[in-house]
Design a binder for this molecule. Structure first.
Ligand SMILES: [Zn+2]
Length: 298
């Protein structure tokens, strides 16, 4: 299971000596504060994301270790060229002023990264400073995913809880536990990647062909899901014309493929019953009318 989160970054200006020491642990030749640019990243937190998934506090602690020394890439160019920043410090931070949507103290994984101040990186540094590049995706794998309602592993036959649904006032989500590895992190352009989620499908192997293939598959998957949502929305409007279409589409956007297919099928059956196919020839119309009383309701 791969997990990505999109988060915000903050920019730092002064580099304390202990930070320089940490940076120089990763540098081949000792660097001076003038030679580096540093900035802070929020890598992940324990809030429920738009896929109705969240990291456990233990998972965030685990990732804290794993992201040390990881390089960051920009705009999804997974080449050596794209790797221009490195995380040199990570901390789990509890924000006492914030509570998660499920009532626990809000914690997040903060990372500090550095990059070289050189001509090649100049434009990028400007972008980070001005806040243009401020979304970060992380890739990691976790060993265990559980249902927050019953605690069973995700996909277990004994768990029938649907993510996003409410059970006794609790929103169902999947909890990501036991991280096993952290991969690269990346800045993604805003707002093009806002709805991406592509990174979830990446493996840690920096194999360009595999990544291109996975990106293509992800594109196809999104197209397919979009069509499935559209078809389901059409059937729902046919069956329940009084439904508000905006609300309907918002609800559908939260369903996964399996849920959409099941709902779509039920709605289609209902729609077919309400609106049977109209026959082309006159005598067939007469027969159809005799057979199906719903014919008159059209
Ligand atoms: Zn469950």
């Amino acid at each position: 299971m791969l997990k990505c989160k999109e988060t915000m970054t903050g920019v730092k200006n002064v580099i304390p000596p202990e930070d320089m020491e940490a940076i120089n642990r990763y540098s081949k030749t000792p660097l001076t504060p003038e030679e580096v640019f540093t900035f802070d990243l929020l890598l992940c937190d324990n809030e429920i994301d738009r896929d109705f998934e969240r990291f456990s506090a233990d998972a965030i602690s685990g990732l804290c270790e794993m992201f040390l020394g990881r390089t960051g890439i920009f705009d999804h160019t997974w080449s050596a060229h794209g790797q221009k920043a490195r995380i040199y410090k990570t901390q789990v931070i509890e924000d006492p002023s914030k509570i998660t949507s499920y009532g626990e103290p809000y914690i997040y994984l903060k990372a500090s990264a550095y990059m070289l101040r050189n001509a090649e990186n100049e434009a990028l540094i400007d972008d980070i400073r001005s806040g243009i590049k401020k979304e970060v995706s992380i890739g990691c794998s976790v060993k265990e995913i559980t249902c927050n309602i019953c605690g069973e592993p995700d996909g277990s036959p004994s768990c029938s809880h649907i993510r996003g649904a409410e059970y006794d006032g609790v929103i169902c989500c999947r909890v990501l536990n036991e991280p096993t590895d952290a991969y690269e992190w990346s800045f993604v352009a805003v707002p093009a990647q806002r709805d991406a989620g592509v990174m979830k499908r990446f493996s840690g192997a920096a194999d360009d062909d595999a990544i291109k293939r996975l990106e293509k598959e992800a594109d196809l998957g999104r197209m397919y899901l979009g069509k499935l949502r559209d078809d389901t929305a059409k059937s729902a409007v046919l069956v329940l014309p009084e439904l508000n279409e905006d609300i309907l589409r918002s609800v559908l956007s939260k369903l996964d493929e399996k849920e959409l297919m099941s709902l779509g099928e039920t709605l289609k059956k209902r729609a077919d019953k309400l609106y049977p196919p109209v026959c082309q020839l006159k005598y067939q119309r007469e027969q159809a009318r005799d057979k199906d009383e719903n014919y008159y309701k059209i």
